[in-house]
Design a protein around this ligand. Sequence first.
Ligand code: SD4
Length: 321
Amino acid sequence: MKRRTFIEKSTATTLGALIAPRFFNSKKISPLKGNIQPLVVCTWSFDKASAAALKALNDGKTSLEAAVEGVAIEENNPYNTTVGLGGAPDREGTVSLDACVMNHLGNCGAVLAVENIKNVAALAQAVMEKTPHVILTGNGAKNFALEQGFVAENLLTEESKLNWEKWLKTANYQPVINIENHDTIGMLCRDKDGNIEGACTTSGLAYKMKGRVGDSPIIGSGLFIDNQIGGAVATGMGEEVLKTVGSFLIVELMRQGKTPQEACEEAVARILEKNPGKPNFQVAYLAMNKQGTVGAYSIHSGFTYMHAQEENKIIKADAAF
Ligand code: SD4
């Protein structure tokens, strides 16, 4: 055998050995057949957001367009204190937002610690579609938004300001998310072609340190999609989701054959293993596989999610405690 042929053959064999286990370990993926019904799921009881996204899908928009339109309902809602306009500020009184999107081709975009721009999921989409990058942060993200025609505005509502001023009296820095204090919206949409895409958007922890970023805009933590397998989103204490790369973990567990429910439970179990006893923070996961089967699980009881298909339903997830 000529040396060159030998090198080519042995390279091919080594590559084969590296690549093969992934396929041997993977569940056989069967293509979707028949009429695929659009489906939307999102964290918490954001029924207007899921309804808007389902309408967008039924109007023929892509899953990503639907997800970005859906989550914008909450970004524009001044009464939601953990997303967009009206989000609780950091401990210096500035609202700073995080978001990411991912499409069915595995492309993604994210913006971190953005001030004065409320539709940060749309901004993350613009990063994905109009720049060669995945992540823009802070002023860079804001300047890019302005270039793209986004409007700068004050995101601190009177109510959020009053709450922050109340908090300032003690300024007790306890970045613990209790059952009530988290309404990040993570959304997964599946269109009539079966393509899954999604978005995740938040103002993060109330009164966080300036510059703190959680899981929500981090691909693999707050959101992950593999269009062959399914997708997952997270809400709750971002630091714990980041440490276990929660959404990526769930999608990989589904690839190995777990149902969305089993995968969400295992991802919560990974966090509980690292935090023995009953943790004083909440983490919740929501996942959808390619077939449209949905699972959800949280540490503490109280996590709800929307499931919009024929009906727009609020469903209460099971929990470890
Ligand atoms: C974060 N996961 O920044 C977010 C918090 C959250 O509703 O879910 N808030 O850690």
